[in-house]
Design a binder for this molecule. Structure first.
Ligand code: HEC
Length: 234
């Protein structure tokens, strides 16, 4: 922007300012009226229609699929992209905080008077890229495999063991194929059958080595089915 343009801009700004109205009380008044209207609509809706109640919480369920609300899918997916636990605070607190501060400081470092998007390529491209990234992560989060399902194919005789493993919370710590926790607390079980004998697998599941919980409570039959299934993974 050259000197002449700047002068013109300042002159226009002065003129507009003379025509304008003060923030207090004019804008505050409009905001307050709108706020009261919206709040009144919400109160009336909740009185007349009530809130939808889902099914009662069942602490014993093993088939519940924990999922965030859709507008948190991008954060949910971001957590999955970031594998190493040390980086999680950076991604969940650090980066959003930096972005917020950058946004707050925007008027101080972006002094350009241009408002037309294509005359502000850096700001426009950054904004569009953030929206695309969030939309993409939201899509990935919405399409992500269930944490209580194993997509890896198996022989029919191991189906039952596979179901038990899928629905017993093992995937919170272990990965099997694409599903479960990659880089989680427990070792990847995708090829466990080729590394650990069946009997040792069964003992591990029953006893729970280290920090792993014991699964003796599954009972002998289910433990055998789990061991059969895991031993078949190679
Ligand atoms: C809280 C996290 C957690 C859960 C839940 C969990 N595990 Fe583990 N698991 C671990 C950890 C950690 C280890 C490694 C322990 C060690 O060696 O100290 C392990 C080890 C194992 C091993 C032995 C692996 C080897 O290389 O010898 C098997 C088999 C196993 N888990 C199966 C299961 C199954 C099946 C389930 C579900 C019924 C399950 N785990 C649930 C954390 C978990």
């Amino acid at each position: 922007m050259n000197g002449r343009e700047k002068e013109e801009y300042l002159r226009e700004y002065e003129q507009l300012k003379k025509k304008g109205k003060a923030f207090f009380p004019y804008a505050i008044m409009k905001d307050s009226v709108m706020f009261i209207l919206v709040a009144a609509v919400l109160v009336i809706m909740s009185l007349v229609m009530g809130a939808e109640q889902g099914p009662k919480a069942d602490p014993t369920t093993t088939t519940y699929v924990p999922r965030p609300e859709w507008y948190f899918f991008f954060l949910f997916e971001l957590l999955k992209v970031i594998k190493s636990p040390e980086l999680v605070p950076v991604a969940t607190v650090g980066i959003p905080t930096i972005c917020m501060v950058l946004l707050l400081l925007l008027p101080f470092y972006d002094r350009g008077p241009e408002r037309i998007p294509w005359k502000r390529p850096i700001a426009s491209i950054t904004g569009v890229m953030v929206i695309i990234a969030m939309a993409y992560l939201t899509y990935l989060g919405a399409a992500a495999g269930s944490p209580s399902e194993i997509e890896l194919e198996t022989k029919p005789q191991y189906e039952q063991g596979k179901q038990i493993v899928a629905q017993s919370g093992c995937l919170a710590c272990h990965a099997i194929g694409e599903n479960g926790s990659h880089g989680g607390l427990g070792p990847d079980l995708t090829e466990i059958g080729s590394m650990v004998p069946r009997l040792a697998i069964k003992r591990s599941v029953a006893v729970g080595p280290g920090i792993m919980p014991a699964y003796e409570g599954l009972g002998e039959k289910k433990l055998n089915q789990v061991a059969d299934y895991l031993a078949s993974l190679d």
